[in-house]
Design a protein around this ligand. Structure first.
Ligand SMILES: Nc1ncnc2c1ncn2[C@@H]1O[C@H](COP(=O)(O)OP(=O)(O)OP(=O)(O)O)[C@@H](O)[C@H]1O
Length: 229
């Protein structure tokens, strides 16, 4: 078995809901998970069980109360912000549900940016970005425009292209096909399969049954944590 790119051990996380009288909510309790190159693990469990929270813990957005989150050997849950940013630049990509639009930057450059940040020359990065946008059926006349005014599905395709412009060791996918029609969703499934074949490890949230059946190599079942009285 290959070495895991991602290894979670005993991960525990709670929130205190300050707007609701300081109620404590235990969301993750002693979560263990290994993900090796070429796997696509889909998080499985009812709404509110902590799937998005777990993805944010892996991406280094949230600190944890206990346990460790090893991303390519670094415990990201405890890493300094600078180390988190370095891992995001070199090891770990993230396709979020919604595009974070950068004002006045063209769609093509938004897609090319992660490749540029990893040292790919500008022309090659733009070529890769163009190939992905074409594959995802984004009309070419939109490529030079900032995506602020794009439709939800167009923005999501820009976001997906941005996620796949680099061969990440680890890629996190948060509902990557939620706003897409069946044809474009199938294209995304193809991108995921190709990335797996190249050795990318993936962790995904995907509520659509047909899509998860197509992309998941394994489901990771999550259960609600019993709340302390
Ligand atoms: N930043 C936060 N502060 C306080 N509570 C939070 C925060 N983020 C999530 N929660 C709570 O933690 C629980 C788990 O939320 P999370 O979004 O991880 O669930 P989920 O499994 O992704 O749900 P869904 O499938 O509906 O998206 C929820 O009860 C939510 O209200």
């Amino acid at each position: 078995m290959a070495e895991p790119v991602l290894a979670l051990r005993g991960v525990t996380k709670h929130f205190v809901q300050h707007l609701r009288g300081g109620i404590r909510l235990d969301v993750l309790a002693r979560v263990d998970l290994d993900v090796v190159p070429g796997e696509c693990v889909v998080l499985d469990g009812p709404s509110g069980v902590g799937k998005s929270t777990l993805l944010k813990v892996i991406y280094g957005t949230y600190r944890v109360d206990g346990g460790s989150v090893s991303v390519a050997g670094t415990d990201i849950a405890r890493a300094e912000p600078r180390a988190v940013l370095a891992l995001r630049r070199t090891v770990m990509g993230h396709v979020s549900q919604f595009l974070r639009v950068v004002p006045r930057v063209a769609a093509l450059d938004i897609v090319a940016e992660p490749a540029r940040a990893r040292g790919v020359p500008a022309a090659e990065a733009r070529d890769r970005a163009a190939a992905l946008l074409a594959r995802l059926n984004l009309p070419e006349k939109l490529w030079s425009l900032p995506p602020a005014t794009f439709s939800g599905g167009e923005q999501q395709r820009v976001n997906i292209a941005r996620g796949f412009v680099v061969d990440w060791p680890l890629l996190l996918l948060d509902e990557p096909t939620a706003s897409l029609d069946a044809e474009n969703a199938a294209i995304v499934a193809g991108l995921i399969e190709q990335a797996r074949a190249r050795g990318t490890a993936m962790v995904a949230i995907c509520h659509d049954g047909a899509m998860r059946g197509r992309i998941a190599t394994r489901l990771f079942g999550m259960q609600r944590v019993e709340q302390a009285a």
